[in-house]
Ligand binder design. Structure first.
Ligand code: AMP
Length: 256
């Protein structure tokens, strides 16, 4: 009863990134990196499932540069049992990540794969769904509550106007939303223990996966700057200002 949990190393959510002057991307070279916040929630859920006796082992997986080992050590300090780094310096897009996770699923045979609902750097929200499609497994996305019973998971998810609860058979892919849990902080003793937990390093080639990009970024631009606002004294003033602004456009302001 293994759980695979995917953890991505991303620019820390507190860092404000800037577009490179040549418009080829954002400059993240020296920015602080951390575990994707939704992945911290996914790790917490996996560890809680293990603590409640519903899972036997939690395997944290990260795909990316050698420094992703730090992210994996954080997952190990939170309670994961072992870690796998699929090491590459290449840009890895969601489809390639899903293919790599598929290769690991075929090897490890987990009953649940937990991923974040989205990575805060690319905001793709694709990996979990693509993995479920590639594995031909059920998926429950944006989970805010997970209950496991026998061979099924009952997952609550926030939708417009309420909570939807779906029941899926396992093995399955579950993506973690913000309100699923409050991730624990790694304590110093657990950080020390995590240094001794197994961390295996493999490559996309050794897993037989082609990670070449399918998308090409043409240009990245800063969002347009917001114009400064105008203060109005009261509703009458607001209407007068709107009328003035819309003069000659044919748009009517009510009351006229
Ligand atoms: P995305 O589809 O890029 O928004 O990512 C959704 C989730 O997939 C993330 O929250 C992670 O759990 C997982 N994921 C995406 N990229 C990686 C990666 N390079 N390494 C590990 N997990 C990843």
């Amino acid at each position: 009863m293994k759980i695979i949990v995917a953890v991505k190393r991303v620019v820390d959510y507190n860092v404000k990134v800037h577009v490179k002057t040549d418009g080829s991307g954002v400059d993240i070279a020296n920015a602080k990196k951390s575990m994707n916040p939704f992945d911290e929630i996914a790790v917490e859920e996996a560890v809680r499932l293990k603590e409640s006796g519903l899972a036997s082992e939690v395997i944290a997986v990260s795909i990316g540069v050698a420094q992703c080992q730090d992210t994996l050590r954080t997952a190990l300090a939170m309670g994961a049992d072992r870690a796998i780094l699929v090491q590459t310096d290449a840009e890895v897009q969601p489809l390639a990540v899903a293919k790599l996770l598929k290769a690991l699923c075929e090897k490890e045979e987990p009953f649940i794969v937990l991923v974040g609902k989205q990575a805060i750097d690319d905001d793709s929200n694709q990996t979990g769904q693509m993995l479920a499609a590639l594995m031909n497994w059920p998926q429950a996305t944006f989970a805010s509550k997970v209950e496991i019973e026998d061979n099924t998971a009952r997952v609550s998810r926030e939708i417009d106007g309420g909570i939807e609860t779906v029941e899926i058979s396992l093995p399955a892919v579950i993506t973690a939303d913000l309100r699923l849990n409050q991730p624990r902080y790694a304590t110093l003793p657990n950080i020390m223990k995590a240094k001794k937990k197994p961390l295996e390093i493999v490559t996309p080639e050794s897993l037989g996966v082609d990670i070449s990009s399918r998308l090409k970024t043409l240009r990245v631009a800063e969002p347009p700057k917001r114009a400064t606002g105008v203060k109005v004294n009261d509703v009458a003033d607001l209407v007068a200002k709107l009328k003035e602004k819309l003069k000659g456009t044919g748009v009517m302001v009510w009351p006229v």
